[in-house]
Design a binder for this molecule. Sequence first.
Ligand code: NAG
Ligand code: NAG
Ligand code: NAG
Length: 420
Amino acid sequence: MAHGFGGCLLSFTILVLALIVPCSQSLRIKNRIKTKSAVFLSPKFDLGPGSVQEKNYYDIDFPRGHIAFKRFDAEVVDEAGRSVPLHEIYLHHWALVRYRIRKDVPDVEHDATQKRNQSNFVYVRNRGICQGTVLGQYYGIGSETRKLSTFVPDPYGMEVGNPAEIPDGFEERWFLNVHAIDTRGAVDRLGCTECRCDLYNVTKDEHGHPLSPDYIGGLHCCYDQTRCKVREGFQGARRSLYIRYTVEWADWSDFILPVQIYIFDVTDTWTGLNSAEHHCKVEYDIAESCKTTTDGTNHECIDTKRNKARIPSSGYVVYGVAHQHTGGISSTLYGEDGRVLCSSIPIYGKGKEAGNEKGYIVGMTTCYPQPGSVKILDGETMILESNYSSSQPHTGVMGLFYILVADKLPNPSLSMHSPL
Ligand SMILES: *[C@@H]1O[C@H](CO)[C@@H](O)[C@H](O)[C@H]1NC(C)=O
Ligand SMILES: *[C@@H]1O[C@H](CO)[C@@H](O)[C@H](O)[C@H]1NC(C)=O
Ligand SMILES: *[C@@H]1O[C@H](CO)[C@@H](O)[C@H](O)[C@H]1NC(C)=O
């Protein structure tokens, strides 16, 4: 069958379609920033039962120029363009990363060592707050990708491609990191998605360093080209897949207010003393544990993890969302006085079809506060809390919180009369 799609595929070019938001819609919604959107395909990758894809795709198709970046949605599709459900291909994550590269050097895809040459390659990370390039992406989303709103509300936008910020001889580009696991025929589907080392028969990390015996699962056991255990005799064809992504943007204008991206990680060991000492481990494990409630009638099986977070300056939260894995219950970012800045809850699927897969997190609730209603004060120490069900153990789970912060509020008279 797969060959039958060959003809189709030729017309299925990288730029699938580009469309301008219909006029009727922009007229109806007053003061809405006029955006454009386009749908693109990543390079093709092949997966067979048990196999893992973990790659960076450099210089992906992305709108060029000085723009306000408004939305990025992505999902896994097959050669016919059909959405592939999570119980077949588990999308562990995709991450969108901005970088600048000297125009006359070959792209890093062709020469991995260029990546480390700082005079040719500059990683443009978000505002923080983890160490180095850790969690430096603009967006990074996993199984929840199909039902998660990534829209940056008006009149805000992420300002990218500003020529004044790009050094001479350099060009701004984007790479997409994709981590997908084919769990068809898996002996233990959840175990494969949680990267349990025994199922992958992995004892060394991707650089060949032995893993410590108490490392039982996580990203160091399910890197590119590893294989999760499949039922004996299971037959499943290798398939060609793509990440299909939709970008929405607007030309930059002074009416658009820039937002900064911050990502907090509940495993960050920062104590609140030395602002430089962040160490985000990104993943953690949940041990099975239940305690009896005070009245002795019920067992409560909740793992609560908390830590502190701070951003370098004050601002208004315009968007917020958490990232959790299967077993996740809820996550909240609190202000120093205990007020809720944003609470985000996983949405679990109930059926079989793509976007509603039972047992998987297929979406996360998001926060779009009324302008000015959620303010982070200068130097405020926030608390991040991540709750998981501990009725069974989990490995390699995450407790991330992503917020967009603006340092200005929209000027009411401007937004009333602006031509946007
Ligand atoms: C880095 O790139 C520059 C410019 O292309 C080159 O002169 C330099 O030798 C490179 N450094 C390394 C360590 O490769
Ligand atoms: C697991 O890996 C070891 C060596 O790394 C190898 O000898 C063994 O055959 C592997 N087991 C399976 C089931 O693949
Ligand atoms: C996490 O669970 C604890 C204990 O049940 C509860 O007090 C807290 O409110 C929960 N937090 C979130 C973010 O749901």
